[in-house]
Design a protein around this ligand. Structure first.
Ligand code: BES
Ligand code: MN
Ligand code: ZN
Length: 492
């Protein structure tokens, strides 16, 4: 497991600059006005900063750009980073600026001379998110987590507003760790153990084992895991931060710890990426962690279906018919369309047991969503415009791409089975939509529901604004904000 970079806030004091090790950051607004820290840096470097600010390079710099002076004379630091940022940046500008600083620092100590900078808490969040590094399995790499110190005139105030943001960042960290972890380490049992550890945060965590799942009738979920030596599990994480009688919001995650495709085996090229096929469950876990750590005043229950999709003598065959917990029978045409088989039972169970006010499922469900939306947006499907629009607003506010795609009865034709109630694949056309249509069969009419197909955004091969390549933690921030804005009613 990785750890979050620690962030210290201290009173703004220009006398700390000369001797600071690592990198020192000063902030200059685009119009070039030099505040106290910049003037001190300028004096220490005998005018180098003023020349930089007057240069053509600075004139062309954009908000969020960093211009570095290496080994600056008059300072102990190995670099003086001049960050271009208005005094009142918007949230995304502040976060991206922080991320840019963290990327440059690469784990070195960082002293940010923030003065009276507005949205410094958001800048700090950007630093924390982009400082993430999954080096758990690099034996020769030194522990790269440096310390970050932020000097600000209102250090106490910012420390307080930063606390819930840090909680969310820790949720993002957990999601990324789970999603990056290889499948020989993150088995279904290890996954469940890591979730159970969150009881220490005040979550109620319950692990349902195969026997119990069989008793509940979750045959479609069990059919996916039956070829693996790792036992299938459903984990329920309950956060009770709201009024006792309020029904919870339910989050449901696809947790396929490895997806070989099963008997409908995937080709070898790129199969290693299927370690991230538990990304939906990873987001549910990280979101529950964020909510618990920031003590959200809402009731939220997170459920994940943990299975491994393997071929073996026990594995489900193409053509098999299995009965879901709901009672609908499914003809399994392709054992590689396994995510929906896991989700449909967990979603049904979530509704039967908790009667949630709304349900959001997250899954790395289809390759087709990557063809449609690439790596910038998750696919969003919903049966309820109000619920969906509220989520889209939260995702936008958190700068997490999300794009709604249609549902429609017409697509059900593609899922008709000759011998069962439904089949698990609908052919190539509209592959992400037919997957969502399949799931919708298992959503009760009065349950507001959102399905998030995160196959394209959960893990990416080039870095994003807030994350290095690999797992992004997409969705943790959006969900935390969605809960905050829609379910945490402030009672006066
Ligand atoms: N886990 C995959 C979807 C996926 C693909 C996630 C690429 C991340 C990156 C899913 O289980 C799957 O195999 N889907 C099939 C469905 C098909 C057989 C109907 C797909 O998309 O090809
Ligand atoms: Mn699959
Ligand atoms: Zn899968």
């Amino acid at each position: 497991m990785s750890s979050l970079v620690p962030i210290r806030f201290q009173p703004f004091d220009v006398d700390t600059m000369a001797e600071a090790a690592g990198r020192v950051v000063v902030i200059v607004p685009p119009e070039g006005k030099m505040g106290p820290a910049v003037r001190r840096a300028n004096r220490l470097t005998r005018g180098a900063v003023a020349r930089l600010v007057e240069s053509e390079r600075f004139g062309k710099a954009k908000v969020g750009d960093v211009i570095s002076l290496a080994w600056p004379a008059g300072m102990a630091a190995e670099a003086l980073d001049v960050l271009v940022l208005p005094r009142r940046p918007d949230q995304a500008e502040a976060r991206k600026a922080g991320a840019a600083l963290a990327k440059l620092a690469g784990g070195k100590d960082l002293l940010v001379m923030a003065g009276n900078q507005v949205r410094c808490d958001e800048l700090a969040l950007g630093i924390v998110l982009r400082s993430y590094d999954f080096d758990a399995h690099k034996t020769k790499e030194a522990d790269k987590v440096g310390t970050v110190t932020i000097g600000h005139q209102k250090a106490d105030e910012i420390e307080a507003t930063f606390a819930p943001l840090y909680a969310v960042a820790d949720g993002v960290r957990m999601t990324r760790d789970l999603t990056n972890e290889p499948a020989n380490i993150l088995t279904t049992t290890e996954f469940a153990d890591r979730l159970a550890e969150m009881e220490a945060l005040g979550l109620e965590v319950e692990v349902l084992e195969e026997e119990k799942l069989a008793e509940l009738g979750m045959r479609t979920l069990l059919s996916v895991g039956q070829g693996s030596v790792s036992p299938s599990k459903v984990v329920v994480m309950h956060w009770k931060g709201g009024e006792q009688d309020d029904a919870p919001l339910a989050l449901v995650g696809k947790g396929v710890v490895f997806d070989t495709g099963g008997i409908s085996l995937k080709p070898a090229g790129g199969m290693e990426d299927m370690t991230m096929d538990m990304g939906g469950a990873g987001v549910v876990a990280g979101a529950m962690r964020a909510l618990a750590k920031r003590k959200a005043k809402a009731n939220v229950v997170g459920l994940v279906g943990l299975v491994e999709n393997m071929p073996s003598g026990n594995a489900t065959r193409p053509g098999d018919v299995v009965k879901s917990m709901k009672g609908d029978t499914v003809e399994i045409i392709n054992t590689d369309a396994e995510g929906r088989l896991v989700l449909c039972d967990v979603m049904w169970y979530a509704q039967e047991r908790f009667q949630p006010v709304g349900m959001i499922d997250l899954a790395t469900l289809t390759g087709a969503v990557i063809i449609g939306l690439g790596h910038e947006n998750a696919g969003v499907f919903s049966n309820n415009d109000t619920f969906c629009n509220a989520f889209l607003k939260s995702a936008k506010a958190e700068d997490e791409g999300a794009w709604r795609l249609p549902l429609g009865e017409g697509y059900d034709k593609q899922l008709k089975s000759r011998i069962a109630d439904v089949k698990n694949v609908g052919g190539r056309p509209a592959g992400s939509i037919t997957a969502a249509q399949f799931l919708q069969r298992f959503v009760k009419e009065d349950t507001p529901w959102i399905h998030l197909d995160i196959a394209g955004v959960a893990s990416v091969s080039s870095e994003t604004s807030y994350a290095p390549k690999g797992a992004t933690g997409w969705g943790v921030r959006a969900i935390s904000r969605f809960v905050l804005d829609n379910f945490e009613t402030v009672v006066e």
